[in-house]
Design a protein around this ligand. Structure first.
Ligand SMILES: C[S@@+](CC[C@H](N)C(=O)[O-])C[C@H]1O[C@@H](n2cnc3c(N)ncnc32)[C@H](O)[C@@H]1O
Length: 258
């Protein structure tokens, strides 16, 4: 919990200084205090960014184990984790399945630091690579399985649709679809959701930190609507022991989305 405590006590606590303006204006307290949104701030604050990434890794461990328990990775060759931070989720899955390769897509500064750390650790023998990029624009193609964990809840509905469109486009890219032996790619979206819209404090927390509209979805029903709007067919929904809902889906058609 070390880095999570530091993140809450330092960066988030400062953002909560503007808590009252969020219910009044609907805008992020974070933006008001720091003058820029969360991820733009982290770009220029390497110490805070290191703490943020390590806090996300601390929070991700139990979900990573739960995903590795729940899904069968034996037919999968390459897993792409979108917004995968320091690669904690992929490292856990790759350690359990030695035949797998993992590609972690995140912002350039996160990839640079995480890749240096992974190279120093050397435990995954080159099977984990970091691909810097903007998930709103495009993500690495060539995956049999894509993961999107705790990413969508940072964004309003229309931004979530943009992220899902770039993932879906990577999954349906024609050159990959024709590769010999390729299984149709799946996407697993993982989010800590509520059973009903009861916990407004939870939504408020996200709105203070991430910005206006970040509380756009709360329940599994909201996620079903979002995935349908993104032209993704839902194959299964599971509640994991980590408290996350896992939505497994696949593109309905190969038509690229804008
Ligand atoms: C809440 S964290 C979740 C990290 C990780 N998936 C996990 O569950 O531990 C969201 C991640 O999305 C990344 N991210 C945010 N905006 C991004 C963008 N435009 N392009 C690529 N990555 C982005 C952040 O750097 C961060 O690592």
């Amino acid at each position: 919990m070390r880095n999570r405590c530091i993140l809450l006590a330092e960066t988030y606590d400062d953002a909560f200084g503007a808590l009252l303006s969020t219910p009044r204006t609907g805008r992020a307290g974070f933006h008001e205090v720091f003058g820029v949104p969360l991820y733009e701030y982290l770009e220029g604050a390497p110490d805070a960014e290191r703490v943020f990434d390590a806090a996300m890794a601390e929070l991700a461990r139990s979900a990573a184990e739960a995903v590795a328990d729940r899904f069968d990775f034996s037919p999968v060759r390459r897993v792409v984790d979108i917004g995968g931070g320091d690669g904690t989720v992929l490292s856990t899955i790759l350690a359990r399945y030695p035949h797998l390769e993992g590609v972690c897509v995140d912002r350039p500064s996160v990839c640079r630091r995480s890749s240096d750390r992974a190279a120093a650790g050397r435990t995954l023998a080159g099977r984990l690579t970091f691909r810097p990029g903007d998930i709103f624009e495009s993500v690495a193609s060539g995956g049999d399985l894509y993961l999107l964990k705790n990413v969508l809840h940072d964004w309003p509905w229309h931004s979530c649709l943009r992220i899902l469109a770039s993932v879906r486009n990577a999954m349906t890219r024609a050159d990959d679809a024709q590769a010999p032996g390729r299984v149709p790619p799946h996407l697993i979206v993982l989010e800590p959701l509520l059973h009903r819209e009861a916990d407004s404090v939870h939504a408020l927390f996200r709105t203070v930190v991430s910005g206006s509209g970040a509380g756009d979805f709360e329940t599994p029903e909201d996620m079903r609507r979002l995935l349908a709007e993104a032209d993704l067919e839902l194959l299964s929904v599971t509640e994991l022991s980590s408290g996350h809902h896992a939505f497994e889906c696949t593109p309905r058609s190969a038509t690229p989305l804008r």
